[in-house]
Design a protein around this ligand. Structure first.
Ligand SMILES: C[S@@+](CC[C@H](N)C(=O)[O-])C[C@H]1O[C@@H](n2cnc3c(N)ncnc32)[C@H](O)[C@@H]1O
Length: 292
């Protein structure tokens, strides 16, 4: 069946997050596969068990589970019908449709699933887009059977944002700070740090959400890193969007700067990017928990 790629989630996940750059795509896969494996290790999926992957996207965790335990059954759920169509096509090609279900639902409203219906709930980089995080954790608890497991991975964006004045995506832009501020304003307007669901929580909040929902055995592993920037390719630096809700740098510059300003900003930033003279900060949290 031909696929039409329409909504912002499928456009970003299937295209815009690596902007057609094969090197960036490889780096993403090299990062994501160990994350998938860790999420599944914490989930401890058993033979014949049912796993619900919330915000399944293009099926990273869900297909991993089907592959890891050959008798498992997986419910792919997402708010993007386009991504559900995409994963359904993949499942058909892989001949695993008899072990799959597909559900269009938001993480904070899983009412289509009855109480205690699943053995495992997984989710990766989804709660960052969900405003009602406490409600989502309550839904995870509700749909899990007793002794069921929750396994989550989320970026902790507060570790890196908002950046101090004079820094732009980890690069020193003090000499062109006024221009950087104009570009930052485009992003700040789209994702205000005090209100945006990507930035309104940290690892302690994740533990508190899980505990308040009623999970009683809870583990959290925080991994924080300050390192050299990953990307030295200027074109993909300009064209990759960090998440579905924001434009790539090239578009933000078009919106915020005059042609002369863009030239001045690029003249300063490009050599820094291409020689990796910056700093990358990242933090991620794995949380896993058991329902009593
Ligand atoms: C960064 S992608 C992660 C996809 C997948 N979990 C993975 O590991 O690759 C975020 C996913 O969350 C989905 N999503 C966004 N808001 C959601 C919500 N409120 N409830 C469920 N899924 C949501 C998006 O459609 C997208 O598929």
């Amino acid at each position: 069946m031909a696929e039409s790629i329409q909504d912002m989630w499928s456009q970003w996940l299937l295209h815009r997050r690596f902007a057609g750059d094969p090197q960036r795509m490889k780096a993403l896969i090299d990062f994501l596969y160990p994350v998938r494996d860790q999420v599944l290790n914490h989930a401890n999926l058993g033979e014949g068990e049912i796993l619900l992957d919330v915000g399944c996207g293009d099926g990273l965790i869900a297909f991993g589970a089907l592959d890891q335990i050959k008798t498992s059954h997986v419910i792919f759920s997402d708010i993007s019908q386009d991504l559900l169509n995409h994963t359904q096509n993949l499942a058909r090609q892989m001949q695993v449709m008899n072990r799959c279900e597909f559900l269009c639902a938001s993480a904070d409203d899983l009412s289509a699933i009855r109480d205690a219906a699943v053995d495992v709930v997984t989710t990766r980089s989804v709660l960052i887009y969900v405003a009602a995080k406490q409600q989502a954790f309550s839904e995870f608890l509700r749909v899990l059977r007793p002794k069921g497991r929750l396994s989550i991975f989320e970026p902790i964006n507060r570790f890196c944002y908002p950046e101090p004045p004079g820094l732009f995506w980890g690069y020193d832009v003090a000499p062109v700070r006024a221009l950087a501020d104009k570009i930052k304003a485009v992003y700040l307007q789209l994702q205000p740090p005090d209100r945006d669901p990507m930035l309104d929580f940290d690892e302690r909040d994740l533990i508190a959400f899980a505990e308040k929902a009623g999970f009683n055995e809870i583990h959290l592993d925080l991994q924080a890193e300050i390192s050299l920037p990953m990307d030295a390719n200027w074109e993909s630096f300009m064209q990759t969007a960090g998440n579905p809700r924001i434009p790539p740098l090239e578009e933000a510059m078009q919106q915020a700067l005059t042609p002369e300003e863009r030239e001045a900003f690029v003249a300063h930033l490009r050599p820094l990017v291409e020689t990796k003279k910056g700093t990358s900060r990242s933090a991620v949290a794995y949380l896993w928990a058991v329902k009593d």
